[in-house]
Ligand binder design. Structure first.
Ligand code: URA
Ligand code: SF4
Length: 219
């Protein structure tokens, strides 16, 4: 486990399951479910809240207005979409873009964890308060954690703003880009210290990951 092909196979399996999924009420209103997208060995996984209208119409994450802000912010921080795997805490669009409910995030969580297991990123980034809550629960609070590094099951996580928030408050754009620059610097540092091959070996030995996730690894 860990080769590029293995990761791609795991992600394809998860994407197929997502497209057929009826585990929560959100399947009712969807046009297309939206699995994560990006290189199977991306060093960074970005986690958004939920698909919006454009994403629902195309089946692809962050292709609408928020996606354009995200692309701009990534570029401004020296990152490209080619370096990031992009996904959401729920894979189907909530009615009228309301925030996903706790039971919906819970129902969808296995898909997110399967994506993280497959990609094994160096760093996680949640976009907005709902994505943070969907991943880690109610603690730490977004206002306290934004722009800082916290731990998610042995992976460093940097919570930042949702790019849609930038559409409403332009002053957040530089903060978002600043957070992403921090992410870029951490990943460059990590890559210099531990090139890809070394990372995989080190990661798969991590006891906390194995202990919390091994159930789903038995594939
Ligand atoms: N907003 C999100 O949180 N996710 C998307 O995929 C698009 C917009
Ligand atoms: Fe399934 Fe997730 Fe869609 Fe709910 S949001 S139907 S759990 S894929």
């Amino acid at each position: 486990m860990g080769g590029l092909e293995d990761r791609a196979t795991l992600l394809e399996g998860t994407a197929s399951a997502v497209r057929a999924c009826v585990r929560c009420r959100l399947h009712v209103g969807r046009t297309f479910a939206v699995p994560g997208e990006g290189p199977p060995d991306a060093p960074i996984v970005l986690i958004g809240e939920a698909p919006g209208r454009q994403e629902d119409r195309t089946g692809r994450p962050f292709v609408g207005a928020a996606g354009q802000v995200l692309d701009r912010s990534l570029a401004a921080s020296g990152l490209s979409r080619a370096e990031v795997y992009i996904t959401n805490v729920v894979k189907c669009r909530p009615p009228a873009n309301r925030p996903p409910k706790a039971d919906e995030m819970q129902a969808c969580r296995p898909y997110l964890l399967a994506e993280l297991d497959a990609v094994q990123p160096r760093l996680l980034v949640t976009l907005g308060a709902h994505a943070l809550r969907g991943l880690v629960g109610t603690r730490p609070r977004f206002a306290d954690a934004r722009g800082t590094l916290i731990d998610f099951e042995g992976i460093r996580l940097l919570p930042t703003y949702h790019p849609a928030a930038v559409l409403y408050n332009r002053r957040l754009e530089s903060a978002l880009a600043g957070d992403l620059r921090k992410v870029a610097a951490l990943v460059r540092e990590d890559e210099a210290r531990m090139p890809r091959g070394g990372r995989l070996n080190a990661r798969s030995r991590g006891p906390s990951r194995g202990a919390t996730r091994s159930g789903r690894r038995a594939r």
